[in-house]
Design a protein around this ligand. Sequence first.
Ligand SMILES: [Zn+2]
Length: 91
Amino acid sequence: MIVTNISDDTVTEEARNHWLKYWKHFTKEEYTYCSEANCTEKHDHGVLVKHRSPTSEKLFVVPLCKEHSYGYQSQLEIDERVDIIPAELCL
Ligand SMILES: [Zn+2]
């Protein structure tokens, strides 16, 4: 699935760590790598991404390595084995 990384430089490292905890809380699959389809790094951050379907646009949290977290490319292909977690759930 193709998503857009909406985090920019104003999102702090602390916030990214919190989003990673959020993702870990909800994911059902154990996955230690960056969720970018071709990336072999371990994930460091949780990152807000936007996914557009024909009918809606939603925010999700995915785990990414630092390089992908800081959005050197904004369009990302997410590995299908990774749970993407809606950003509006309550802890
Ligand atoms: Zn990566």
